[in-house]
Ligand binder design. Structure first.
Ligand code: ZN
Length: 419
């Protein structure tokens, strides 16, 4: 949503979206064969107005926040697989089912892990059905056409009440995955995922394989990142990544963590095994178990965030950004990060324990730094104590000291000291 709401004067920022831009090195093979429609200002306005109405409802409506929260409680999900006549599907229904509802690293599991059980999805994937339309003749971002076509092909066999947990006559979450694929275009793109459709509370349109020109699997990381913008207005945290500044790298999904958790993932895996949301994002979303600290405490304990949702917030009493502490352990979606231990965040900025700021000292490639690549998107000495065995952090600005940081019997412990 953030990307859509940006005014034209900020178009440069949209163009640098890692999820929406193309790798110059790949444009040859995937040369554009059809032109995208120009960004439609009227649609942009409409989307903005709808979003404002949504926000107002949150603020002033009689309905509780939780009822409007798209990612709380038990929700039902329906996934439709739509095949264009000129684009045979090449991903099995079982792989899509595994990506949405499977026991291991599925979207369901991601929500369970990230929300510490606050949000749970269940539902079904309806197998591929063919459209007589040709992807070649569609503008790729004609979401309305895609949704209408999917509904026409599937609706006679859909029992809406089976996917309507709040009994409002609409499917909770409708996903339409199609066999088309965006071809490279290096100009400005909108995320092109969400639309308002009368049959569902939330509708998302995705490629069945990858996002844009990247990845070959169901792009759950792309959905989650864009939904972070759309539903919670979360910011992009990947820095000026075309020029060697990676922001938070792969330590969070609003950064390069939408792609995966380490720099050597195969290109085809991009967007399939994303990183957790950042602790501050979880605070915005109302996920996790938060503990707030505003005075000296010893032996603060953090269980693995993947199983407990534990996040400690050390308040910045001078009014600046608070500190967010979490224990990223070698489990679930965090298993393949290059390091594990205590992550210290100042607001949305990651404090790198090694003090080297590798995340913002990369190579100026002048293009999307697509993995696998030797750039540093996060390493084993970013967490505390981590491979550098760093047990002490002193924030110069606030005088806050975090010390005796250690891993003990499956938890992180530390002492917090104020000036
Ligand atoms: Zn983004």
């Amino acid at each position: 949503m953030l990307d859509i709401l940006l005014s034209d004067s900020k178009a440069v920022k949209i163009a640098s979206h890692p999820l929406a831009t193309t790798n110059a090195g790949m444009t040859g093979r995937n040369a554009s064969r059809f032109e995208r429609q120009p960004f439609n200002d009227r649609n942009k306005m409409k989307t903005s107005v709808l979003f404002i109405v949504f926000l107002s409802a949150l603020a002033f409506g009689g309905i509780s926040k939780d009822e409007l929260h798209p990612w709380k409680n038990q929700k039902k999900v329906l996934v439709l697989l739509l095949e264009w006549s000129d684009r045979p599907s090449s991903i099995n229904v079982s792989e899509v089912e595994e990506a949405f509802f499977g026991e291991s690293l599925s979207l369901k599991k991601f929500f369970h892990e990230n929300s510490s059980g606050t949000y749970d999805i269940s539902g079904e994937v309806m197998p591929w059905r063919s459209s007589s339309l040709k992807w070649e003749e569609l503008s790729s971002c004609q979401l309305n056409t895609i949704v209408q076509e999917a509904w026409q092909v599937f609706s006679s066999d859909i029992e809406i009440s089976s996917y309507d947990s709040d009994s409002n006559g609409k499917i909770d979450h409708l996903f339409i995955l199609h066999s088309g694929r965006i071809r490279a275009r290096s100009d400005m793109e909108s995320p092109c995922v969400f639309m308002n459709f009368s049959k569902a509370d939330h509708t998302a349109i995705l490629q069945s394989q990858g996002a844009w020109i990247y990845g070959n699997h169901v792009p759950i990381g792309y959905y989650l990142h864009e939904a972070g913008h759309q539903y919670f207005n979360l910011p992009d945290l990947y820095g000026d990544h075309h020029h060697g500044h990676y922001g938070i790298g792969m330590w969070g999904i609003m950064g390069l963590g939408a792609w995966g958790v380490h720099n050597q993932i195969p290109t085809e895996d991009m967007f399939r095994y994303p990183s957790h949301f950042e602790p501050k994002s979880k605070e915005v979303m109302g996920w996790g178990h938060f503990q707030y600290i505003d005075s000296r405490v010893e032996n603060v304990t953090l269980r693995p965030v993947e199983t407990s949702g534990d996040i400690v917030v050390v308040k910045n009493l001078q009014g600046g950004e608070n500190f967010y502490l979490e224990y990223r352990s070698a489990q679930g979606f965090s298993e393949n990060h290059l390091g594990h231990g205590l992550l210290i965040w100042k607001g949305y900025k990651l404090v790198q324990a090694d003090g080297r700021d590798d995340l913002n000292s990369g190579t100026d490639l002048g293009r999307n730094p697509t993995p696998p690549i030797d750039e540093n998107f996060g390493d084993a000495s970013d967490p505390f104590p981590g491979s550098g065995d760093v047990r002490y952090y002193h924030d110069q600005e606030t005088g806050i000291i975090l010390k005796n940081i250690r891993l003990e019997e499956g938890v992180v412990k530390l002492d917090v000291q104020f000036p």
